[in-house]
Design a protein around this ligand. Structure first.
Ligand code: SF4
Length: 338
């Protein structure tokens, strides 16, 4: 195998006139400096490793080309709303104002989803009304009084392994066991987060901090109910739909809507996951040395399951549309030069 040199390399201003500190490139059609990538193990995250192992091309579009969708899919938008809400409700610094903040936030989201031109959107999106029913019940039952640090940032610092960086949804509880972490999901498929499937993610957390003894996953399951619509009574109003769902959440909270499971450090093979991260890092360097997109081959079984891949439109139509995609902003930091 011969190493391919970047065809845009211009050593006029060493290491290259297009180079940005931290391993990035100023050229519009590039993102990462591939010369830098050949010489520096990439900093990975649990998500990057998962994306890379599901389809190498996802890694290429996301990390090498730095592309992201301008508009997230609806399930991802709902997940982002839930993540922001939980980040605020459980953070110890927002004990007093978190509920007021949440009420403003969810009301604004519902109002912004109103579309007078669409029949079903006159009062806002039903999924957001359902989300409000879920979190109102969550607060009414005092689940939100568990406080700690949300979006807790971690780094692996083991010289034998690649750098891995990430965030834990909730850690450092101040109410009782500080060694217990939480991972929140908003999903209609709680089975997607059983131990075997979520193992890699939890391993990344356990490796990051020796003090974490257990991680609890809590899946918020949106209701199956939809607004009623029958000839006699017409369509159910969103307020009635909200009331109906909220009552059901209050009745079946922990059996149907907030599914929690706790896992302990000893249950996982952490060395196995560390080795996986190292192999991924070594492969990325090797494929980058080969040059170009080709080594980052596709796995089309990952295009539509479990969700439609963000890069489906690029792979399928072989066009990068400016209206669908934008280039990410590099998180520039002072670092090693190529
Ligand atoms: S659309 Fe399919 S082939 Fe393309 S990056 Fe996504 S999973 Fe891979």
């Amino acid at each position: 195998m011969t190493e391919q040199r970047c065809e845009d390399l211009d050593p006029g201003v060493p290491p290259c006139s297009h180079y940005i500190e931290g391993g990035f490139c100023t050229l519009g059609y590039r993102f990462r400096c591939v010369e830098w990538m050949k010489r520096n193990a990439p900093t990975l995250s649990y998500t990057t490793i998962a994306d890379y192992t599901s389809c190498h091309r996802k890694f290429w579009w996301n990390q090498v080309k730095g592309l992201e969708r301008i508009e997230k899919s609806w399930p991802l938008q709902l997940g982002s709303h839930a993540s922001l809400i939980l980040g605020r409700l459980h953070h110890r610094d927002h004990e007093k104002d978190c509920v007021d903040w949440y009420k403003d936030y969810i009301t604004t989201a519902i109002n912004q989803s109103v579309d007078p031109d669409i029949e079903d959107r006159q009062e806002g999106h039903e999924d957001l009304w359902a989300m409000m029913a879920i979190f109102d019940a969550y607060i009414a039952m005092d689940f939100h009084t568990l406080k700690g640090i949300t979006e807790y940032e971690f780094h692996w610092n083991d010289p034998e392994y690649p750098r891995v960086h990430g965030f834990i949804d909730l850690l450092d509880l101040n109410t009782y066991d500080a060694a217990m972490g939480y991972e929140f999901k908003y999903s209609s498929k709680p089975d997607n987060y059983e131990q075997y499937i979520i193992e890699d993610q939890l391993c990344a957390y356990f490796i990051s901090d020796l003090k974490i003894k257990s991680m609890t996953t809590r899946v918020f399951v949106p209701p199956m109910q939809r607004p009623k619509d029958n000839k006699k009574e017409g369509k159910e109003s969103m307020v009635d739909f909200y009331d109906r769902v909220r009552k059901d959440v209050m009745r079946r909270a922990t059996t149907q809507y907030f599914i929690s499971k706790t896992y302990w450090r000893q249950e996982f093979d952490l060395e196995n996951y560390k080795n996986k991260a190292r192999r991924v890092s070594e492969e990325i360097i090797r494929y980058t040395e080969e040059g170009g997109i080709e080594p980052f081959y596709q796995n089309k079984r990952a295009c539509l399951a479990p969700f439609k891949c963000d890069y489906y439109d690029i792979c399928k139509y072989k066009v990068i549309s400016d209206t669908l995609y934008r280039k990410k902003t590099p998180r520039v930091k002072q670092g090693v030069t190529p």
